[in-house]
Design a protein around this ligand. Structure first.
Ligand code: FEO
Ligand code: CA
Ligand code: CA
Length: 662
């Protein structure tokens, strides 16, 4: 390479997409928490800096970790070895079978996958690229609800260098998308969005039901509605849609959630990537677009589709960055962008019913120094009548989190007219507050976090887990109590305890469950329990899942041979009792991949996971080859010469039946 790679990943890592938060909330060095001073003191007194592990305060109080004392672990499976190779690996006694791959048929009439003869029309009927969130809905009336249902899958983004022959990386300054043409862009657009497939388990093995009446592909062209307080706002109107209520498609759908009324919440994350062009001088959207890193210039779509060119359609980006609700059992239904839930780079939308019956959706905004949110519906969920909840997500209150140094926290409502959210600050209606949720949160003094990814509640304990994946840009003077590490390369997990056990409450207590990274290197400051093995620690927590027994499972994004000496995967994470803070390695992805979508079926008999972008190069390794269609870092899962690597869903089951991870 004569020119250093400037890839999408690196642009995001370097914060060049300027979503970087300009406000001054909670970055002052003097809030370095007294709590953490105490913790560090505790560690110092015990001299653990000198030994191979550091432990959480609760584990210290409890003495040696449970596993070390031979006590029962909630995760009795045999741990796999951390490492990297071209294959996936799962804990002994389990099967990890490929369910569906990029290019496999979804809709009737889909042609067989032919990587040398791709077309947008074929792709729009086939399984899309880069599967991320996975959700499972039991088929009503199924004899075994854990063996027959619908699987919904997000297709987050595309890797042109791995998808198309002879193209190579296009998002590099010296290339500047020269190799892209309209046909390739249209294939990319059809490979985004989501899939609904019907799946059935026979004789222990899962398969896609061909020709299912529920099968659906959602792409960047699928007609969708905008609903809630921002729908119809002038700021959502475009040449194509003078109503501000109808939009084509969804993009960069990362994680998501499933609701108790049977719908799929799918979350638009890095929407800035798809826009290019220059905003007209003096545009009213200049500040708004800058705060979301627009234009991101990471794809060539604006060259062939005017709506992705800011000089032509300055309002089009305001129609993306939302949570989209889809009814998977009704393939004719119009997906709906629920604007009441706010606009930012949504990671996921995992919900739980509050004490008073309202639906509470926790949400991370995945950008360095951005925020943790929750949305609380006005109405109570009607669990007896699914249809009654059809528009429940249109009315409610979005809140943003402030983490105080004393271990307390507050959920601050984003409501037009309250506090600084007034015309003096450029907000003329609730629509403005929602479209510019980030700027509204800046003004409220929300706490700047280390890239909030999945946020999930544990229904068994009432605790809430926030994955903070990493933040290499945080300086020593910028730390705060909830984000205490400068140059936080490996991330951490924060645990919230809602006041009165009520997820709708405005206050909470919090503490750090674990600071991630290699605990054998004292300077990293990782806090896995001392029972954690050399395989059991991880960096960069991203997605997570709480199983039916209330056990936490963490999926990672960013581990690699050069960064942590291991590929990404799934780690079990103890949260209770003496083993709290113990990680245990359960599943490992093939080279170049990230781990997404972990989702359990009822009874935890199947764990669906998504292997995203297998075959990428280890970008941190200067010796790594530039991964391409011709030379990927793995040809998983087919391992056929000439066949590119294919993102795929993997079904993990316990051999002989029973709960996964037992
Ligand atoms: Fe799409 Fe924040 O990962
Ligand atoms: Ca993610
Ligand atoms: Ca990710």
């Amino acid at each position: 390479m004569t020119e250093p790679l400037r890839t999408r990943l690196q642009a995001a890592e370097d914060g060049e997409d300027a979503g970087s938060n300009p406000s001054r909330n909670a970055t002052f060095g003097d809030v370095v928490a007294t709590r953490f001073d105490r913790r560090d003191l505790l560690r110092g007194l015990l001299g653990v800096g000198a030994i191979a592990a550091v432990v959480t305060p609760r584990a210290l109080a409890a003495g040696p970790a449970a596993a070390a004392q031979g006590q029962a672990t909630p995760f009795p499976f045999t741990e796999i070895e951390a490492g990297s190779d071209a294959h996936h690996h799962v804990a002994e006694g389990h099967d990890a079978d490929i369910l569906i791959r990029w290019g496999d048929p979804v809709l009737p009439g889909a042609p067989a996958f032919d990587p040398l003869n791709q077309s947008a029309a074929a792709q729009a009927r086939q399984f899309g690229y880069n599967n991320d969130f996975v959700g499972y809905f039991p088929m009503p009336g199924a004899a075994d609800p854990a063996a027959h249902g619908l699987l919904v899958v997000n297709h987050e983004y595309t890797n042109e260098e791995l998808m198309f022959p002879g193209l190579g990386r296009q998002d590099i300054k010296t290339v500047a998308f020269k190799g892209m043409n309209r046909d390739l862009v249209d294939i990319e657009m059809a490979a985004h969005g989501g899939s609904v497939i019907e799946v059935k388990r026979n004789d222990g093995k899962w398969a896609v039901v061909p020709g299912s009446r529920y099968a659906r592909r959602i792409t960047v062209e699928t007609p969708m509605a905008l609903s809630g307080p921002a729908a119809g706002s002038d700021r959502l109107k475009t040449t194509d849609d003078p109503s501000g209520r109808a939009v084509k498609g969804m993009i960069n759908n990362c994680a998501g959630g499933t609701t108790p009324w049977g719908t799929w919440l799918t979350c638009e994350e890095n929407i800035n990537y798809y826009f290019s062009g220059t905003l007209a001088e003096g545009s009213a959207e200049a500040t708004n677009h800058k705060r979301l890193g627009l234009p991101g210039n990471a794809y060539a779509w604006g060259r062939f589709h005017e709506r992705f060119d800011l000089s032509k359609e300055p309002n089009e980006p305001n129609r993306f960055g939302w949570v989209v609700e889809i009814a998977p059992f009704d393939p004719a239904s119009v997906p709906t962008k629920r604007t009441a839930m706010g606009r930012f780079k949504h990671e996921g939308a995992a919900g739980i019913v509050s004490k008073s019956g309202r639906y509470v959706v926790y949400q991370g905004d995945d950008e360095r120094f951005d925020y943790v949110y929750k949305f609380v519906t006005d109405a109570a969920v009607d669990l007896a009548d699914r249809a009654a909840n059809r528009d429940i997500l249109d009315s409610g209150t979005l809140h943003v989190a402030r983490f105080d140094a004393d271990g307390r926290g507050a959920w601050m409502p984003l409501v037009f007219g309250q506090g600084p959210l007034t015309p003096e600050n450029g907000f003329t209606a609730q629509a403005d507050v929602l479209i510019e949720a980030r700027r509204a949160s800046d003004l409220l003094g929300a706490t700047k976090m280390d890239r909030p990814e999945d946020v999930e509640a544990n229904p068994k304990t009432g605790k809430v887990y926030v994955m903070l994946t990493n933040n290499g840009k945080r300086k020593a003077g910028d730390v705060n109590a909830a984000n205490p590490r400068p140059d936080n390369r490996f991330g951490h997990i924060v645990e919230l305890t809602p006041d009165d056990g009520d997820h709708a409450a405005s206050g909470f207590a919090w503490e750090i469950l674990v600071k991630c990274g290699d605990p054998s290197i004292a300077a990293v400051g990782a806090t896995f329990s001392s029972a954690t093995t050399k395989d059991g620690w991880f960096g960069m927590p991203d997605n997570c899942s709480v199983d039916g027994q209330g056990r936490l499972w963490v999926a990672t994004d960013g581990n690699s041979p050069s960064k942590t000496g291991r590929n990404d995967g799934i780690w079990a994470m103890e949260t209770e009792g003496q083993g709290r803070g113990t990680g245990k390695h359960f599943f490992r992805v093939p080279n170049g991949a990230e781990m997404c979508g972990p989702y359990f079926t009822p009874g935890d008999t199947t764990f669906f996971v998504a292997v995203q972008h297998p075959g990428e190069a280890d970008e941190e390794d200067p010796k790594a080859m530039p991964a391409t269609f011709e030379a990927p870092s793995t040809r998983w899962p087919d391992f056929i010469d000439g066949m590119p690597p294919r993102p795929a869903i993997v079904a993990i089951t316990r051999r002989g039946g029973g709960r996964v991870g037992s």
